[in-house]
Write a protein that binds this ligand. Structure first.
Ligand code: GLN
Length: 305
């Protein structure tokens, strides 16, 4: 049997020199307060075991990792119809790029860049009575912690600095690919990004991705096995924005990152791993987080290939 705990303990030694590298995101003022150097990692296996190492008292906002949950909930309600409004191709541009929307009639390249997540939020908004509350309840049930909260200061700070995301939403609206009030949908999007977890809660929340769509904490079949395979495939090609190829090369697993320094990665039928360390590289991905996942996949000798 794999000794996951021993491997995670070795991860901590491995990243020691890296955790102060990179820069904390500062384009959202409330995010800039996260301490550089923080690091935690957790594994939730499909047979229900949890392993973790590092600073487990650290709580962080999920940021773009929320895009995976948004997509999951939209796929539950729309199935393949959703792909009329958002594409499945890698973007090759930054997560907050606007340019591609203009040339492709307001249809974002994929659901993991900001424009794609925002249009997915719009679709979800049309079907959810209380979008923010419903989303929060999912995180509470799936993480196994019914006290999970939204960091309101981060949500508010993002809303106050929303201009670029608002520009994307209005541009999509001009092309007829947006159905609700832009400001209301953005408010829900920022609240989703500002949900606060620790690493183990994050691994548990997304454990369904390694478990054929079934979440053991909430006891829900969130997606079918086929949809889970499809979602993991999209994460592999697009989960790390314009660094998806580099991540695939180094780590060999589907993954999703966020500007808080959070990253999840999935080894189907084995485990979901979550890591958080706020120092980001130029693309907006955690330096120590990627190094930790690369080391983990080498140590375990496991990748999807
Ligand atoms: N809330 C962030 C934004 O909209 C999420 C971006 C990210 O994590 N890459 O800019």
């Amino acid at each position: 049997m794999t000794d996951y705990q021993a491997v995670l303990d070795r991860v901590i030694d491995h990243i020691e020199a890296l955790r102060f590298q990179g820069k904390v995101a500062n384009y959202i003022p409330a995010l800039a307060e996260q301490p550089l150097g923080q690091f935690s990692i957790a594994i939730q296996t499909t047979d229900g075991q949890s392993y973790y190492a590092g600073d487990m008292s650290a709580r962080f906002t999920v940021q773009s990792v929320s895009k995976v949950m948004t997509l999951t909930m939209a796929l539950q309600r729309y199935g393949d119809e959703l792909w009329q409004r958002v594409g499945k191709e890698p973007s090759g541009t930054a997560f907050n790029s606007l340019t591609q929307l203009e040339f492709e009639n307001g249809v974002p390249r994929n659901p993991f860049i900001n424009a794609g997540a925002i249009v997915t939020c719009d679709a979800l908004y049309s079907r959810l009575g209380a979008p923010i509350h419903t989303m929060l309840e999912h995180y509470r049930a799936q993480s196994g912690n019914d006290k999970v909260k939204i960091n309101k200061r981060v949500a508010q700070s993002e809303f106050e600095h929303r201009y670029r995301n608002a520009a994307m939403a209005y541009l999509m609206k001009s092309f007829g690919n947006f159905n609700n009030e832009v400001e209301e949908v953005l408010w829900s999007y920022f609240n989703y990004c500002a949900i606060e977890l620790d690493s183990l809660e994050l691994a548990k929340t997304f454990s369904y991705l390694s478990n054929q769509g079934y979440c053991q904490q909430s006891k829900q079949q969130l997606l079918s096995a086929k949809q889970t395979k499809q979602l993991n495939s999209l994460l592999f090609t697009s989960g790390l924005y314009d660094a998806a190829g580099d991540f695939a090369y180094r780590v060999g697993m589907p993954g999703k990152s966020g500007v808080s320094g959070a990253i999840i990665a999935v080894l189907p039928n084995e485990f979901t791993v979550a890591v958080c360390s706020p120092g980001l590289d130029k693309v907006g991905n955690s330096v120590a987080g990627i190094a930790a996942l690369e080391f983990l996949s080498e140590e375990l000798g496991t990748a999807i290939f």
